[in-house]
Design a protein. Structure first.
Length: 95
């Protein structure tokens, strides 16, 4: 299991990105940009955000790429959880 506790700063809120499995740096970067885009639309009301990317290595899985996001907006949690063939697809579906 790989877990990178990468604190990322988008100008307002600090969020953490964790990964599990062979998730590439480019996939992390794409997911961070997507989350930043969502946070920009919400504005200054975000208290916390988390992003988890997991790439399962079982070749029998139809959708091995999983993207999960949690955003705390003034105490209300918003969650997205998607699975797809590729990490990019999973991230884009979660948006």
């Amino acid at each position: 299991m790989t877990s990178e506790g990468l604190p990322v700063r988008d100008g307002r809120v600090r969020f953490v990105v964790t990964t599990k499995g062979p998730v590439s740096g480019g996939e992390v970067e794409h997911a961070v940009k997507r989350l930043e885009s969502v946070l920009d639309k919400i504005g200054g009301q975000v208290l916390m955000a988390r992003l988890h990317l997991e790439l399962k290595t079982n070749p029998a899985r139809e959708r091995p790429a999983v993207a999960k996001a949690t955003i705390d907006v003034q105490g209300d949690l918003i969650r997205a959880h998607t699975a797809a063939e590729t990490m990019r697809q999973a991230v884009d579906l979660a948006r």
